[in-house]
Design a protein around this ligand. Structure first.
Ligand code: ADP
Length: 600
């Protein structure tokens, strides 16, 4: 940034010099009839000192005198050559510095954008589960992709113009002042009303930009929903409906963009027209000074015009900078909304480090409701689990089983009560340590777009292959993996080889086996498995549960029979607690009813 600013200063000075050099050039050409060129002191120099301090004024004057003396020594053709050479050098230097300035700015820009994207992404991982439930996936993706892109496209323009254009303006303004302060002041008396117009346009554009980015996010959301729900869309024959929804959105998007483009396109010609109005007024007044008053030389007046018209493009650029800033700050707002969302679930100061689970987990007076409603999902839950026990959670859908299980790895914190691991409140334990103790296998099996081996060893880079293969064998996955086109190196997941539901589940079980955590959380899925697959999965699950403390949301009879303890949940409460034999004998108990419904 520093290097770039230095280049910019040099650029602006040389840019000024290239215009300033037109004055001696014109003087040489206009005076071509006379033998020697006289150096006159400018007539309104005395007046200049009102604005510039006297000592500085003297220095500037003697400096310009020196330059003039140098240029005008010698005969005319020599003078012409010198001026041309100086113009050549000024333009060469100006362009070289313009390049390097842009070069270094691009470096800064790309760095800023990368940091912003990384920060937003990293922050996503810190946000609690509830944030993801509340935000639409497409919306989040859109912010990190589209909004960051909007910021990116404007960052360089903004950086470039905020440094370069003001400097250029200052240099040309200096030149204009040194030629005639009266004419300069006159010129700038006419400018403010065009500035007012410029900022007004900026305001409108910013509003439109926010709307645009929201529409973009809606579009991404529809796209995401359609792609991930393609099966349902097809099965229900909803293609036309989805098409209409999408077309409706793109239509809104088109209208918004058109509106923005129209405003932006109108801004440029109107600004230019206003500039010309200003320009005509200046020419009239300047001409008066030359012709009637005679206080200004014709060559100086032309030099002045060059300088003042060189100010116009940067002023125009600055107007677009304003628009760009308005657009990108709307996008930036949306990114910072992510960055500024406080992670609710995080480590407290002096969080306790643990690396083993020794004796028991206690749920003490647990109450829970989700952020968006006051309805109690868990209502006074109390129980203790000893190390090595298998706890099956049973109950009708919506009873709160998944919610209860989500509290264990702190996906959510209870709104009342505590969960103690070996007597330590889970909120006092380092989250990383806590989650290291657990393996989770859910119904929605997530496989990443990587090789089988990397999917099994997810999160570990240094696992020996034998161990991975052993885990795959224990999960009954080894045989089918070997049959894949590239064995363990086959890419699976979204864009890779397709696996059946049972195969996917066995890979996720292998993943959990490899991690070998002392606590297992299991949301059993029975759906979509054929008989053979079910048996293989069943075996794998039983191996996974062995010698571990296991929480299972149970759907299988065998799991329920194997469990040391069954908790029957209804409307957020535990209403029955015991093993299969005990519970089945409780007449009119919910367990007996559920059992009969499901398995008899
Ligand atoms: P189960 O696993 O027993 O089927 P859940 O724990 O999934 O039950 O759900 C219990 C209740 O909590 C349900 O009424 C459900 O609507 C509600 N619920 C689940 N997740 C959320 C959420 N993210 N926000 C608000 N309510 C939720």
């Amino acid at each position: 940034m520093g290097v770039s600013i230095i280049c910019t200063v040099l650029y602006a000075l040389l840019n000024g010099a290239s215009v300033y050099l037109t004055i001696p050039l014109l003087e040489t050409l206009f005076n071509s009839g006379t033998e020697s060129i006289s150096i006159e002191k400018k007539s309104d120099n005395a007046n200049d000192s009102i604005i510039i301090p006297p000592e500085l004024n003297e220095q500037i004057t003697s400096f310009t005198e020196d330059i003039k003396n140098y240029i005008f020594s010698g005969d005319q053709s020599e003078v012409l050559l010198k001026i041309c050479l100086l113009i050549f050098i000024a333009f060469l230097g100006k362009n070289i510095f313009a390049y390097f300035q842009a070069f270094f700015l691009a470096f800064v820009e790309q760095g800023v954008i990368k940091d912003l994207r990384d920060a937003a992404y990293k922050h996503l991982h810190k946000l609690p589960m509830s944030y993801f439930k509340g935000e639409k996936t497409g919306n989040l993706i859109s912010r990190i992709v589209n909004d960051v892109y909007v910021v990116q496209t404007s960052v360089s323009t903004v950086f470039l113009n905020l440094v370069r254009e003001p400097l250029t303006i200052i240099v040309f303004l200096g030149i204009a002042f040194s030629i005639s302060w009266r004419l300069t002041l006159f010129s700038f008396a006419v400018l403010p009303f065009s500035l007012f117009f410029i900022s007004w346009i900026g305001l409108i554009l910013r509003k439109q930009s926010t709307i645009l980015q929201e529409k973009m996010a809606d579009l991404t959301t529809i796209l995401h929903e359609t792609i991930s729900g393609v099966k349902i869309v097809k099965a229900f024959g909803m293609e036309n409906y989805e098409n209409k929804k999408f077309i409706n959105q793109t239509n809104k998007l088109r209208k918004t963009v058109l509106k923005m483009v129209r405003i932006r396109n109108a801004a440029a010609p109107i600004t230019e027209f206003l500039s010309v109005v200003v320009g005509v007024a200046i020419i009239y007044y300047g001409g008066h000074l030359v012709l009637q008053e005679g206080t200004l030389k014709a060559s100086e007046f032309l030099g002045f015009l060059f300088a003042i018209f060189s100010i116009m493009p940067p002023v125009k650029e600055l107007s677009s900078v304003n628009n760009k800033i308005q657009e990108s700050s709307a996008a930036a707002d949306r990114i910072f909304e992510i960055l500024e969302t406080e992670p609710k679930i995080r480590n407290i100061q002096n969080a306790v480090s643990i690396d083993t689970f020794n004796s028991k987990i206690s749920f003490m007076n647990i109450f829970f409701h989700y952020d968006d409603s006051d309805e109690l999902i868990l209502n006074d839950i109390n129980f203790e689990v000893n190390k090595g026990q298998i706890i099956a959670l049973v109950g009708s859908s919506g009873a709160g089983k998944s919610t209860l299980v989500d509290l264990i790895p702190r996906f959510y914190d209870p709104t009342g009560g505590q969960i103690l691991f070996d007597g330590i409140d889970s909120r006092e334990i380092k989250i990383e340590d806590l989650r290291k103790l657990m393996g989770i296998v859910t119904q929605e099996i997530v496989l990443f777009n990587e090789s089988v081996i990397n999917n099994i060893a997810y999160g570990f880079t240094d696992y020996p292959e034998e161990k991975i293969i052993a885990a795959a064998k224990a999960a009954n996955a080894h045989d089918f993996i070997l049959e894949l086109p590239h064995g363990y190196e086959t890419i699976i997941g979204e864009r890779g080889t397709k696996l059946s539901g049972g195969q996917r589940q066995r890979i996720s079980i292998a993943r959990a086996l490899l991690k070998n955590p002392p606590i297992m959380i299991f949301d059993e899925a029975t759906s979509a498995l054929d008989n053979e697959s079910e048996l293989l999965v069943q075996e794998a699950i039983e191996r996974l549960m062995k010698e571990r403390t296991t929480f299972v949301i149970a759907h299988r009879l065998s799991t329920i029979r194997n469990a040391n303890r069954i908790l029957v949940m209804d409307q957020g409460r535990i209403i029955q607690d015991g093993d299969h034999q005990t519970l089945i004998q409780e007449k009119n108990g919910l367990y007996k009813k559920l059992y009969e419904m499901q398995f008899n």
